[in-house]
Design a protein around this ligand. Structure first.
Ligand SMILES: [Zn+2]
Length: 507
């Protein structure tokens, strides 16, 4: 038995916190009592005086392969990133997948996250060995995770109607010849993974992530759905991230991405939509009515210029909202304190009155209980409560972030940047002490990361040159996809004053 003693305990629902001792048996909180109430001589005591004890933050959307990709781009929208993906993530061996996931996991725990939903990518299709390379990284650090192979049967170039034909002659063949692993092979790989998943599902859980609806044929998405439903797996997809690609979905299919997913039988309580920036009221009602969730990735949405999600409207439609960072290729860190802050801040520049903004309590709840729901782990993580796993973060109240302590929740969301993280426990196991992940040689990890980056940069140099050559054409083409009618279908960019911010016309 372990007693975390004398801490100021802030449950996900609490605004202020109270001095409490947490009694932990194995991986579970079995009691919450007044300080000093446990007198058993057998109990191991972890001194939490001058510590603010919060539930571990839960990252509802990330990509472990991004662990080697911090800072790879600057003036990039999503299509730049997708165009660059072959050189950013190309030529990865299983050891690189392990290394990237390890770096991501270390960053997660050192910055106060205890679980994540990882849409990990392998080219051309997921493998047992690749997934295990990632799972072993999580085991090493102790991070709890949903591991969702991110799959597609169309390349980015194939997914955008007319793009390949619009490229110059010498680039057309190369872009047109690229292929993913094949729908049947990929679905078979997912079935194999689901059928022999070796990990306890409260620690590491499999899910399936058809990456973006346009990158998947209908048959392929239905194949993914069938494996997921047969094995009770969650699904997550990038939905309606940048405006022009969202509008082009209407233009080419007559349906929004959410409606496309629903037509494939994918939208349900097991489904979460990542980003969901440019979705309609009808989409929100659909997600809410079917018990689906959204991962709000405000930092990535800002970095890629994707837009600001309508979180207040989601909540009104009964959609559970979690918070994610996205991968480090598009958000450059795995800092859930920052992600909470972004979620609170961006809600304030949409023209809504202050009582409709995302409050600090709400942002904190989204990053704990809300994200736990996205992972499907809401019954045992995301709260400090009896019967819940002991996934806890101890913040140092002597850190400058809390000088003085005015309001714990406000300071967690507005002030905390991860630098006050002292200790982290996951399932009762101490995984961070003194702000550093236990059992990790940071200098050795940095060396391995640098070596891998340089080796992969050399191997991907030709792919990078190609991507950079066609980048201006790709960007221009994608931006030209959405005509005014399609843009107007996304009525959320019409402000209260009744003027469309896209074309300036009165509505
Ligand atoms: Zn993503």
């Amino acid at each position: 038995m372990l007693v975390i003693s004398g801490g100021l305990v802030l449950a996900a629902d609490a605004a202020r916190g109270a001095l409490r001792d947490l009694v932990i048996d194995g991986d579970t909180i079995v009691d919450i009592v007044a300080p000093g109430a446990v007198t058993s001589a057998d109990a191991e005591v972890l001194d939490a005086r001058r510590r603010l004890v919060i539930p571990g933050l839960v990252n509802a959307h990330t990509h472990s392969h991004g662990g080697l990709s911090k800072g790879v781009g600057d003036l990039w929208s999503l299509e730049h990133l997708l165009n660059a993906a072959p050189w950013i993530g190309g030529e990865r061996r299983h050891q690189d997948k392990h290394l990237a996931a390890l770096i991501n996991a270390v960053e997660h725990v050192e910055k106060g996250s205890t679980a994540c939903y990882d849409l990990m990518f392998e080219f051309p299709a997921p493998t047992v060995e690749g997934i295990e390379a990632v799972a072993s990284a999580y085991d090493k650090v102790g991070l709890r995770a949903v591991i969702a192979p991110m799959v597609a049967d169309l390349t980015f170039y194939q997914s955008v109607p007319g793009l390949i034909d619009a490229l110059p002659d010498d680039a057309r063949a190369r872009a047109g010849d690229m292929r993913m692993g094949g729908a049947d092979n990929t679905v078979a790989a997912l079935r194999l993974l689901a059928g022999r998943w070796p990990h306890p599902t409260d620690r590491l859980r499999l899910a399936i992530a058809p990456t973006i609806p346009q990158h998947c044929t209908r048959e392929f998405m239905i194949g993914c759905r069938d494996v997921a439903r047969q094995h009770g797996l969650a699904m997550q997809t990038h939905v309606s991230e940048p405006k022009y690609l969202s509008a082009s979905a209407f233009r080419f299919t007559g349906m929004s991405m959410t409606e496309t997913m629903d037509a494939c039988g994918i939208v349900g309580p097991w489904f979460s939509a990542a980003h969901a920036v440019w979705i309609t009221d009808k989409d929100m009602a659909l997600l809410g009515d079917k018990g689906a969730q959204v991962s709000h990735n405000a930092g990535s949405n800002l970095r890629l210029g994707s837009g600001i999600a309508a979180v207040r409207e989601y909540v009104r439609h009964g959609v559970t909202v979690g918070i994610g960072t996205d991968g480090s290729a598009s958000s450059d860190n795995q800092n859930m304190f920052e992600a909470m802050r972004y979620a609170a801040f961006v809600s304030r520049i949409r023209g809504l009155p202050p009582d409709q903004w995302v409050s600090t309590t709400e942002a904190f709840r989204m990053a704990t209980k809300g994200s736990a729901r996205v992972l499907g782990m809401q019954d045992f993580i995301g709260r400090i409560a009896k019967g819940y796993k002991a996934d806890l973060v101890l913040l140092d109240l002597d850190h400058v972030n809390y000088m003085p302590l005015n309001d714990a929740t406000n300071q967690i969301v507005f002030t905390e940047d991860g630098t006050a993280v002292d200790k982290v426990l996951i399932g009762g196991r101490l995984v961070v002490s003194g702000g550093r992940a236990i059992g990790i040689d940071h200098a050795a990890l940095a060396r391995q990361a640098q070596e891998a980056m340089e080796r992969l940069a050399a191997l991907n140099a030709d792919a990078r040159r190609f991507a950079e050559r066609i980048e201006p054409m790709v960007s221009k083409f994608c931006r030209g996809l959405a005509d005014d009618d399609a843009m107007h279908a996304l009525r959320r960019d019409i402000p209260a004053a009744g003027r469309c911010v896209h074309c300036g016309k009165a509505q």
